[in-house]
Design a protein around this ligand. Structure first.
Ligand code: NAD
Length: 465
């Protein structure tokens, strides 16, 4: 029996970007909020072992690569460029630690209580927290499940927390692999594959589909593949991995219908699965869908009274910003009766070089669903700022409805695509037409002009191409 019981208006399970943002917003709206998470470091997978540390390593490894391959073209001479991997990892750690302390500070400022431990539902309005110092009972009017996701396993692949790794370990290897085999050409495979390739590893990416980045626009994904191949990544598409394991100081990866590959490290990156175990969902009457995700209605209510869920644990893309939007909408609905997420305007970004970003529909989606569209393309090679930066790879693609001209999708491959896509997301959220974008003044010279030009191109009147 837990010794103590604490009462709150809302208990959030999980302090990832979905959970901590929901907790802060609920506190702003006047609720007494608690957030339960077993980790001392707040911020969830994204901050501790996902988005943030990977971006730190992507930045550092790109600088290393540029110092060796790009500085000379700018007239910058260096001596011999060396790699201090330990310092790179230390910097990554510092970035994570600072941001995580920032979340703790925000909790203090907003009077959100963090209980360290694992929470489980124990009946209506009851959560039991199992922490290092024992158990604690919480009572709350509302419970929000924001427990995120875990690396999806693959039959036959024996991850060992080191050589045959998930993204968590691949963010912290203490030496550069000689030959890294990546299983899965999605977000994680391409980002972490890029990091280790830039640092000197031979990287082979095995993907069971006949393309990389499924879900992204095919034309843009094909261009990304070409760019990554130029950087030395090798792709084996339509290749199904049947087994992988550490063996005799190295690793072996077996492929269906092909020879086994010997390598020294393996990264398994075939997706993520919702984290629902140990939460007492079944007993509490929280239903899962056919893919093991918590089933919710449009207000994020689960099948159990007073229990809500957001983020990776429910349907939709597993993206931190999608979870944040849902967290805010969910608690705003609870308090004000109104809250909304614009699912058409959720961007996706792959932080490779060049970056790949998209919002709205891909060209295949429009074609397959019979939506008539016009397409505008503009290459960064014709953009003045891209020339000045020496980063001319890639293009912007604008897809607008053939009759109404409403923006339906925007894809960008190129330098800083992840930042450029924000304007496209705003345009889609405001229901803009391609002409609205084309008539909006854009500062010159900027990469953002490529978006304006692609919008002009959708109307057949790009100036610089
Ligand atoms: P993903 O879904 O992006 O890609 C997984 C890839 O593995 C796919 O290409 C899939 O076809 C392939 N695959 C599946 N089974 C396979 C098999 N047996 N053999 C070979 N290939 C196989 O998943 P991920 O890269 O693991 O990322 C997980 C989640 O994390 C994604 O949902 C993503 O949204 C998120 N994430 C986002 C970012 C970002 O926003 N930049 C970065 C990292 C991760």
């Amino acid at each position: 029996m837990p010794a103590k019981t604490k009462e709150h208006d809302l208990v959030v399970l999980g302090a990832g970007p979905g959970g901590y943002v929901a907790a802060i917003r609920a506190a702003q709206l006047g609720l007494d909020v608690a957030c339960v998470d077993p980790n001392e470091r707040l911020g969830g997978t994204c901050l501790r072992v996902g988005c943030i540390p990977s971006k730190a390593l992507l930045e550092s490894s790109e600088l290393y690569w540029e110092a060796r391959h790009a500085f000379a073209a700018h007239g910058v001479r260096t001596g011999e460029v060396g790699l201090d991997l330990a310092a790179m990892m230390k910097r990554k750690e510092a970035v994570v630690a600072t941001l995580s302390k920032g979340v703790a500070g925000l909790f203090r400022k907003n009077r959100v209580t963090h209980y360290r431990g694992r929470g489980r539902l124990e009946g209506r309005g009851k959560v039991l927290v199992a922490g290092e110092d024992g158990e604690l009972a919480l009572r709350a009017k509302h419970v929000l499940i924001a427990t995120g996701s875990l690396s999806a396993p693959l039959a036959g692949v024996e991850t060992d927390g080191d050589r045959v790794a998930t993204s968590t370990e691949a963010l912290a290897w203490s030496s550069v692999p000689e030959h890294l085999v990546v299983i899965g050409a999605g977000y994680i495979g391409l980002e972490l594959g890029s990091v280790w390739a830039r640092l000197g590893a031979r990287v082979s990416v095995l993907e069971h589909l006949d393309r990389i980045l499924p879900g992204m626009d095919a034309e843009i994904a094909a261009e990304a593949k070409k760019a990554l191949e130029e950087q030395g990544l090798e792709f084996q598409l339509s290749t199904r991995v049947s087994a992988a394991r550490a063996e005799g100081g190295g690793c072996v990866v077996e492929r269906e219908g092909g020879e086994a590959i010997a390598c020294d490290r393996v990264l398994l990156a075939v997706g993520r699965r919702p984290s629902t175990e140990g939460l007492g969902l079944d007993a509490a009457g929280v239903e899962l869908d056919e893919r093991g995700r918590v089933r919710v209605d449009e207000g994020f209510a689960t099948s159990a009274e007073g229990v809500f869920a957001i983020g990776d644990v429910i349907r939709g893309p597993m993206l931190a910003h999608k979870a944040q939007e849902e967290g805010i909408a969910c608690v705003e609905r609870l308090v004000t009766g109104w809250g909304h997420v614009d699912y058409d305007a959720i961007p996706g970004v792959v932080y490779t070089a060049p970056e790949v970003a998209s919002v709205g529909r891909s060209e295949e989606e429009l074609r397959d669903t019979g939506v008539p569209y016009r397409k505008g393309l503009f290459p960064f090679a014709a953009n003045g700022r891209a020339r000045a930066l020496g980063l001319t790879q890639g293009k912007v693609k604008v897809l607008a409805h053939e009759r109404t001209d409403r923006l339906l999708g925007v894809q960008v491959i190129g330098a800083r695509a992840g930042d450029l896509i924000a304007e496209a997301a705003a345009a889609i959220a405001f229901g803009a037409s391609s002409e609205d974008v084309a008539r909006t003044p854009h500062a010159h010279p900027t990469l953002a002009e490529a978006f304006k030009e692609a919008a002009l191109a959708a109307g057949g009147r790009a100036i610089h191409a």
